[in-house]
Design a binder for this molecule. Structure first.
Ligand SMILES: C[S@@+](CC[C@H](N)C(=O)[O-])C[C@H]1O[C@@H](n2cnc3c(N)ncnc32)[C@H](O)[C@@H]1O
Length: 464
C-alpha cells in the first residue's frame, strides 16, 4: 500500500516548501487555466477534466487564490492512499483520515465540513463514508482534548475535500475556501450574459495577456466586441490589462487558508499588494492613454451599451470610460467604423472577440447561421487590402455555426456557459478579398453591393 503525505512540518518559516496542489476549473477550461498559470510563472499539469496539478509553494497558493480569473478552487493534498474497493471502503476512509494529525491543520474552536466525491465504480454510501471521515477527525481531537470541533456544513471555517475511486482515496484541504471565479461587478444584465471566468478563459486562449516582443506593451493594440451585450469581454480584458486581482474582495476574510494553522500572514501581506497594483495600472492608463489598447464595444441594443457602462463602473473601471468607444451600432455599420481606424493604423493588431446570440430556440438555427457568415464577410471587408491579419475569436452554441467563419488554421475550445455547451473558434482572419476584387474587376462592385444588401436584410431579421 502506498501513501503520500503532505509535509509534516509546514511552518511560517517555510514559504518555499513544496505543496501538492490541485487547481480546479469549469469543464473545458483546463488549457486556458494552464495558460494563465504559466503567465504567473507557475508550471502545471492537466490531470483530468477540471483538474490541474501544481507542485507549488505557499507563495504560489496565495497568488492563485488572489489572481486567478479562471480557477474555481485550490485544494492541497494532505494524504493519498491506495485502497481495495472490494473491502469496506468507509472503514478504509476512516483509517486514512485517522492517520492525519488534524490538530496540526485546524483548531478545536473552528468549525469544519467534509465534501466527498465517490467514483461510480465504488460501492459505498456517500453519507456514511463522510460520517466515518468526520468520526476520524473527531476521534483525533477527542484523544487529545476530550472535546472536538463542530461540524458546520453550510458555512464552515475549514473545508476538507475527499475523493475515492476503486484504487485510491485522497484527502485535501480546500484552501481557497470559496469559489474563486465569483466577481461582483455584474449589476446590469442583458440576455444570455457570458460567465466572467469563461470570458477570461477565452481571452487567455486568444492571447490577450501576451506582451509584445520587447515585453513593455500589450501584444494586441485593440479589442473589438461588435455584440458586447453587458460587456463581459470588455470588462475582463480591461481588468486583465490593469492587473486587477479578482480575489480582492475575498481577500478581506473569505479565503480558506486564513483558518489554516500554517497560514503565513507575513508572506501573505507581501503578496497582497493588489489594491496598489490596480490603482497604479489605472493611473498609468489615464495619464498615458496611448498605453491602453483601443477598446471598441458595440451592440445593436442601446440597453446593452448602458448595461456595459454600469458594469464597468461597478468593476471600478469608471476612470477609463472616457477612453473607451462604446456605441449602439448594428453589425452592418461595423466596417464604417473599422475602416478609418484600419487606415490610420490604430487597428494594426486587434483582437476581435464576440459572443453572438446563441439561437437556442427551435427554428433559430437558420437565422443564426447567416449571422456568423455576415460577421466573417464584414470583417473581411473591413480589413481587406490592409495587410493586417486580425485575430478573431467567436463563440457559438453549435460548432457548425463557427465552421462558416473565414479563420486560418482555426482552433476550437469546447466549454460551457452555465448549462449550455459552447464552442469557441479562434485564429487569424483569412484576409478579405473584397478590396482586391473591387479594384480589379468593376463587376465585383455589384457583388459587394449585393453582399451589403444581404447583410442589411439579415440585420433586420436578426434584430426583429
Ligand atoms: C449573447 S449576447 C452577448 C452577451 C455578452 N457577451 C455578455 O456577456 O453580456 C448577444 C448580443 O448580440 C447583440 N446583437 C444581436 N444581433 C446583433 C447585430 N446584428 N448587431 C449588433 N449586435 C447584435 C444582442 O443585442 C446581444 O446583446
Amino acid at each position: 500500500m502506498t501513501e503520500t503525505t503532505a509535509p509534516a512540518s509546514l511552518t511560517a518559516a517555510s514559504p518555499e516548501l513544496s505543496l501538492d496542489l490541485i487547481i480546479t476549473c469549469a469543464d473545458g477550461l483546463e488549457a486556458p487555466l494552464q495558460t494563465e498559470l504559466t503567465s504567473f510563472g507557475i508550471a502545471s499539469e492537466i490531470k483530468s477534466t477540471g483538474r490541474l496539478a501544481v507542485t507549488g509553494t505557499l507563495r504560489d497558493l496565495y497568488s492563485i487564490c488572489l489572481w486567478s480569473r479562471v480557477a474555481s478552487r485550490v485544494l492541497m493534498l494532505i494524504k493519498r492512499k491506495n485502497i481495495n474497493a472490494e473491502y469496506d471502503v468507509a472503514e478504509q476512509l476512516y483509517g486514512l483520515a485517522k492517520s492525519v494529525n488534524w490538530i496540526e491543520q485546524f483548531s478545536l474552536e473552528q468549525t469544519f465540513a467534509i465534501r466527498l466525491s465517490v467514483d461510480k465504480r465504488v460501492a459505498v454510501s456517500q453519507q456514511f463514508a463522510m460520517l466515518r471521515i468526520k468520526d476520524a477527525i473527531a476521534d483525533t481531537f477527542n484523544e487529545v482534548y476530550d472535546s472536538r470541533p463542530n461540524v458546520d456544513s453550510k458555512n464552515p471555517d475549514f473545508s476538507i475535500f475527499a475523493t475515492v475511486n476503486d484504487k485510491q482515496a485522497e484527502l485535501y484541504l480546500d484552501l481557497s475556501g470559496t469559489s474563486l471565479h465569483r466577481r461582483g461587478y455584474r449589476v446590469a444584465m442583458t440576455e444570455a450574459p457570458l460567465k466572467e471566468n469563461l470570458a477570461a478563459a477565452l481571452l487567455y486562449s486568444a492571447g490577450w495577456h501576451k506582451k509584445n516582443e520587447a515585453g513593455n506593451a500589450p501584444f494586441y493594440n485593440a479589442l473589438i466586441d461588435p455584440m458586447c451585450g453587458s460587456g463581459t469581454f470588455i470588462i475582463e480584458a480591461l481588468l486583465m490589462h490593469c492587473d486587477y486581482a479578482v480575489g480582492i474582495d475575498k481577500a478581506a476574510n473569505q479565503f480558506g487558508f486564513y483558518q489554516w494553522q500554517h497560514h503565513d500572514d507575513a508572506l501573505w501581506q507581501q503578496i497582497d499588494d493588489a489594491q496598489t497594483r490596480f490603482r497604479e495600472a489605472l493611473a498609468i492608463a489615464n495619464e498615458q492613454p496611448d498605453t491602453l489598447p483601443l477598446i471598441l464595444g458595440f451592440d445593436a441594443d442601446s440597453g446593452a451599451i448602458l448595461a456595459t457602462e454600469k458594469n464597468l463602473i461597478a468593476a471600478g473601471l469608471q476612470d477609463l470610460l472616457p477612453l473607451l468607444d462604446l456605441e449602439t451600432r448594428a453589425l452592418d455599420q461595423l466596417s464604417t467604423v473599422l475602416k478609418p481606424l484600419v487606415d490610420d493604423g490604430r487597428l494594426s493588431n486587434p483582437l476581435i472577440i464576440t459572443n453572438p446570440p446563441y439561437g437556442e430556440r427551435l427554428g433559430d438555427e437558420e437565422m443564426i447561421k447567416p449571422l456568423y457568415q455576415a460577421i466573417g464577410l464584414i470583417l473581411q471587408d473591413s480589413f481587406a487590402g490592409s495587410g493586417i491579419d486580425p485575430m478573431l475569436g467567436i463563440l457559438a452554441s453549435n460548432v457548425e455555426q463557427v465552421d462558416i467563419l473565414p479563420i486560418k488554421e482555426p482552433k476550437t475550445l469546447r466549454c460551457h456557459n452555465g448549462a449550455i455547451t459552447v464552442y469557441f473558434r479562434y485564429g487569424t482572419l483569412i484576409a478579405g478579398q473584397t478590396g482586391n476584387l473591387v479594384s480589379r474587376f468593376e463587376k465585383r462592385e455589384i457583388e459587394v453591393e449585393e453582399g451589403q444588401d444581404f447583410i442589411n436584410r439579415l440585420q433586420k431579421t436578426c434584430l426583429s
